[in-house]
Every structure is written in structure tokens, then in C-alpha cells.
Ligand binder design. Structure first.
Ligand code: FAD
Ligand code: NAD
Length: 477
């Protein structure tokens, strides 16, 4: 679609974000009905389920990125994209403020964009719970840059540990890889890291073999709290075999440059504080609100009791507003903050907006038909218009009868290392909880089929093959 000026007869629909929620909306949206503007600091969609594989080079990060430009140019009507952060949403004045936060800036790097309709799909930030030192010393695992940073640090730890005359304690510390948070992100990363060690590092750098060690720290009594009990047991058992240490009921309270301080309860029921030295720290304790979302919530009285995100109604309208919708991790619709939920919410909104446009079109047509009917010169034309009106009214009722958003859970899947995966899948007849190598092949094919484009799919397959044949690349970029 070629770029044209906004059509004044159409409403302006602004979409914030290029993640799972927003992109799934844009995929299905009929862009001819609105002046669509997309604002996101990231000019690509990221297939997050395979991001843990990028931390060790099993998959190269570009294989799971899809440029937003490539995707938007295939839409029927032109969509404007601005690479920027939305810094503020002014609800009263229907205006958003945007800021070009990237390295290269023009003479304008901050401006405003008015909207008639707004979709907030900005996702979430990494939670730190205000624990000191996390941001300064830990690595998160949410974006491409995070995965690259981890990949570099793993190799930096390995090379520094093998530096001439390094003391034994320091070698131990540098090769201690600590993961905080036993949710799916932490578990998948720990599994990938142990794979990297077993399949490649052990061979390439044999002198680290005795000291390389992965520990997963979780505050709750078990890892993967959202999975079935038998899969939790299976994961914990597999980790034991993989020699990944799991420290449950251990809550990290403080982080310094070389160790974390964690609280655990000893055999006597006493709370103890322990210092755990680390070389690499990956922090995966879930989601927190983005400032722009927090600020919007503070402008809307109906949001005053929401804590974890924008409260939305069953049509994903932000409660207390008429023209703002929210999807994905920044919206609270009583579902887990997953890609699966975000994607279904986005697709639902696309259908809703397509229907709304149709409704408006029919209503305009109805209005002009009523006038025509009144002015009709003879009975025949009047009857004719009347029949058309009846028909349109029927269509309008059908269009307007779109039901509320309903989430359909396809199941949860997680990779746990050594070519094993766990899956909680809902079947028609009930639930299936499986783990093992067969599940791993299922995991691989399921994620492949979910990839954004054929291009991504082929790149991922090639990366997997490359890893199989040559091993992972251990050079530090
Ligand atoms: P995101 O996908 O995070 O997208 C948010 C978008 O908003 C981004 O484009 C971002 O750049 C943009 N943005 C941020 N701030 C602003 C701003 N101020 N203005 C404008 N734009 C902004 N879920 C599953 O269901 N299955 C999985 O296997 C799975 N694996 C995961 C693995 C990892 C490592 C991680 C981190 C998450 C995983 N998830 C998985 C969760 C899933 O990725 C999220 O639930 C999903 O990304 C949420 O979609 P979203 O659209 O709300 O946010
Ligand atoms: P999460 O919220 O699922 O898990 C975070 C874990 O960190 C919790 O178990 C919590 O008890 C623990 N924790 C918090 N503070 C701690 C502390 N101070 N010390 C020790 N442990 C602490 O986070 P996540 O794994 O990043 O997942 C976020 C969302 O993304 C979830 O909804 C998840 O389902 C989804 N996700 C799904 C997949 C998948 O399906 N394969 C993969 C990754 C993420």
C-alpha cells in the first residue's frame, strides 16, 4: 500500500507496541477502515517463545525477528509507523506523546499524535520488587538485547575463569550461573544453558568442566507453579539428572556485583540469610507495570483499584473509557500474561474494529435510505427502499451481535533441557500432562508452526540444523 495523507472521513486508530497483542491485531485488521498509526520503539515483532534459545546461540536472534515494515507494507491500506516510545497518554485530550529514544535523532525527536481510538499493547517491564542491585548487576530475558548480553556474558565468564593464575574460588564463582525465578522463563533458560555446557562448552573448554554449575533460585516451594503437579515433579527430576541445582523456598533479597543474598528457612524453621557468589545472574521474576500504563491508570478514576495492569471489560475496553482498548501483558482480563492470550486478544480486537466499521457503514446507508424512502415519488420505489432497509437492519443486528472476548486455552509448553519438554494440553476430553522427548518434538513443531512467517520458520530450522552439525558458536562478539 502506498503512503497517503490521512483520510479526514476516517477515524484515527493508534496502536501502541509491536508485540504479540498489537501485531496480532494488525494482522487481521482491515486497515482501509481507519487511519492506522503504529508507535513502538521496536521496529520488529519478536517471537518470544524461542528467545531463551538465543542466549546460547542455539538459534540466532534474527531468525525470530520479523520487521514490522515488511509486514505492514502488505496491508491493503497504508499504515504509518513511528519508531518511538509513547511517553504519555493524555486521556482527556485524546493525545499521545511520543519520543524517539534511539541513538540517531533528527531536529524533531519528541512530538504528539492525536487519536480517536487507541489500543495499548505495550507489554510489561521486568519486575525487580525494588530489590537493590538487580538492575545494575543482573541480566533480564525479555528482549533481543537481553539475550545478546547474556550470550556475551556466558562466554566472558568462561574466558575469565580460564585466565592465567585465576584463584580456585574465583573460578568457582565465575562459573556459577544463577537464575532467579522458577517460572517458565527461568526454567527454559536454565535448561538451555545446561545444554550449552553439556553439548559444546564441555568439549571446547574442558578445563571448566568441574566447576561450571547452574542454580535456579525460586521463592515458592516449587518451580513452574502454573503447571500440573506431575510436570513440576518431572521438571525437578530432569533438572536433578541434568545437575541443575534447584533452590526452592529461597527468596533473593539483595544483589551485589559478585554475590546474591538469599533468605531460606533451615531445618529448624529458622530464617537464614545466605550469600551465593555468581558469575552470571539472570533475573526472571515476572512482570511489572510500565510507567506509561501506570500514568494512564492514574488519570482514570475507574482504574484506581487496579494494581497489576489496565482493568478491561469483556470487550477489552479499558474500564472508565470509551475509546481506549488494552491487549496483552498490560491488560488485566483475568488470564495469565502469555503470548497465547495476547494474540487471541489482538485478533478479537481486529474483528471488533472490522465490525464497528461495518456497523457505521450500514448505519450511514440506512440513514440515506430512510431519507430516500420519505422522498420517494411512488409506492414502488418506497417499497423497494423499505425492503432494502429491512435487509440492512437484519445485517446490522447480525454485525452488532458480536459476543465478548473469550479465551480458549490451547495448553502450556516449556522446554526443560536435554531435549525434553513439558506440556499441559487441553483436549476435548480433559487435560493431558506430558513430559519427555516426544513432547520435545511436539514442542519444536508447535513453536515452528507458530512462527511469524515462512522466512522465520526456515531460519529457525536452519539454526537447529546448524547447531546439530557444528555445535554452538562460542566466540564472544
Ligand atoms: P510484548 O510482546 O512484550 O510487546 C510489547 C510491545 O510494546 C513491544 O513491541 C515494545 O517494544 C512496545 N513498547 C514498550 N513500551 C512502549 C511504549 N512506551 N510505547 C510504545 N510501545 C512500547 N508466552 C507464551 O504464551 N508462550 C511462551 O512460550 C512464552 N515464552 C516466553 C519466553 C520469554 C523469554 C518471555 C520473556 C516471554 C514469554 N512468553 C510466552 C510471554 C509472552 O512473550 C508475553 O506474554 C507476550 O509477549 C505479551 O504480549 P504483549 O503484546 O502484551 O507484549
Ligand atoms: P513468572 O511470573 O511466571 O515467574 C516468576 C517466578 O519468580 C515466580 O515463581 C516467583 O515466585 C519467583 N520470584 C519472584 N521474586 C523472587 C525472589 N526475590 N527470589 C526468588 N524467586 C522469586 O515469570 P516468567 O517466567 O518470566 O513468566 C512471565 C509470563 O510469561 C508468565 O505468564 C509465563 O506463563 C509466560 N511465559 C511462558 C512461557 C512458556 O509457556 N513456555 C515461557 C516464558 C514465559
Amino acid at each position: 500500500a502506498e503512503q497517503v495523507d490521512p483520510d479526514p472521513s476516517k477515524k484515527t486508530l493508534v496502536v501502541l507496541g509491536t508485540g504479540w497483542g498489537s501485531v496480532s491485531l494488525l494482522k487481521k485488521l482491515d486497515t482501509e477502515n481507519y487511519n492506522v498509526i503504529v508507535v513502538s520503539p521496536r521496529n520488529y515483532f519478536l517471537f518470544t517463545p524461542l528467545l531463551p534459545s538465543c542466549t546460547t546461540g542455539t538459534i540466532e536472534h534474527r531468525s525470530i525477528m520479523e520487521p514490522i515494515r515488511n509486514f505492514l507494507r502488505h496491508k491493503k491500506a497504508a499504515v504509518k509507523y513511528y519508531e518511538a516510545d509513547c511517553t504519555k497518554i493524555d486521556y482527556e485530550n485524546k493525545m499521545i506523546y511520543i519520543n524517539d529514544d534511539s541513538e540517531i535523532k533528527g531536529s524533531t525527536s519528541a512530538t504528539e499524535v492525536p487519536f480517536d481510538m487507541l489500543v495499548v499493547g505495550v507489554g510489561a517491564e521486568n519486575a525487580t520488587f525494588g530489590i537493590p542491585g538487580v538492575r545494575e548487576n543482573g541480566c533480564f530475558l525479555k528482549e533481543v538485547g537481553d539475550a545478546q548480553k547474556i550470550r556475551k556474558r556466558i562466554m566472558d565468564c568462561v574466558e575469565t575463569a580460564t585466565f592465567k593464575d585465576q584463584s580456585p574460588e574465583e573460578v568457582k564463582r565465575l562459573l556459577h550461573m544463577v537464575v532467579v525465578g522458577g517460572g517458565p522463563t527461568g526454567v527454559e533458560f536454565a535448561g538451555e544453558l545446561q545444554d550449552f555446557f553439556e553439548n559444546d562448552l564441555r568439549k571446547w573448554v574442558p578445563e571448566i568442566a568441574d566447576n561450571f554449575h547452574v542454580t535456579l533460585v525460586e521463592a515458592l516451594p516449587n518451580v513452574l507453579p502454573s503447571f500440573s503437579k506431575n510436570l513440576i515433579d518431572y521438571t525437578e527430576q530432569t533438572f536433578k539428572e541434568e545437575t541443575i541445582e534447584i533452590r526452592t523456598k529461597t527468596m533473593v533479597k539483595n544483589v551485589t556485583e559478585k554475590y546474591i543474598e538469599a533468605q531460606y528457612t533451615d531445618a529448624q524453621g529458622q530464617k537464614q540469610l545466605e550469600q551465593i557468589p555468581y558469575g552470571l545472574l539472570v533475573w526472571a521474576t515476572g512482570n511489572a507495570l510500565r510507567p506509561v500504563v501506570k500514568d494512564l491508570m492514574s488519570q482514570i478514576p475507574a482504574q484506581k483499584d487496579s494494581r497489576r495492569g489496565l482493568a478491561v471489560n469483556e470487550y477489552l475496553v479499558v474500564k472508565g473509557t470509551e475509546n481506549i482498548w488494552a491487549v496483552g501483558d498490560c491488560a488485566i482480563a483475568n488470564y495469565a500474561p502469555t503470548a497465547q492470550v495476547a494474540a487471541q486478544e489482538g485478533a478479537f480486537l481486529a474483528r471488533l474494529f472490522n465490525q464497528m466499521a461495518k456497523t457505521e457503514e450500514i448505519e450511514t446507508e440506512l440513514a440515506s435510505l430512510s431519507i430516500a424512502q420519505e422522498k420517494a415519488a411512488n409506492k414502488e420505489t418506497r417499497d423497494d427502499a423499505f425492503a432494502k432497509i429491512k435487509d440492512l437492519q437484519k445485517r446490522l443486528r447480525r454485525v452488532k451481535s458480536m459476543g465478548p472476548f473469550e479465551y480458549s486455552h490451547q495448553g502450556s509448553l516449556a522446554y526443560i533441557g536435554s531435549e525434553k519438554a513439558v506440556a499441559d494440553i487441553s483436549w476435548l476430553t480433559g487435560n493431558l500432562a506430558t513430559g519427555g522427548q516426544l513432547t520435545y518434538f511436539f514442542w519444536r513443531s508447535a513453536y515452528l508452526s507458530m512462527c511469524f512467517s515462512t522466512r522465520n520458520r526456515i531460519l529457525v530450522i536452519m539454526d537447529w540444523m546448524k547447531t546439530q552439525v557444528f555445535g554452538r558458536d562460542v566466540s564472544r562478539e
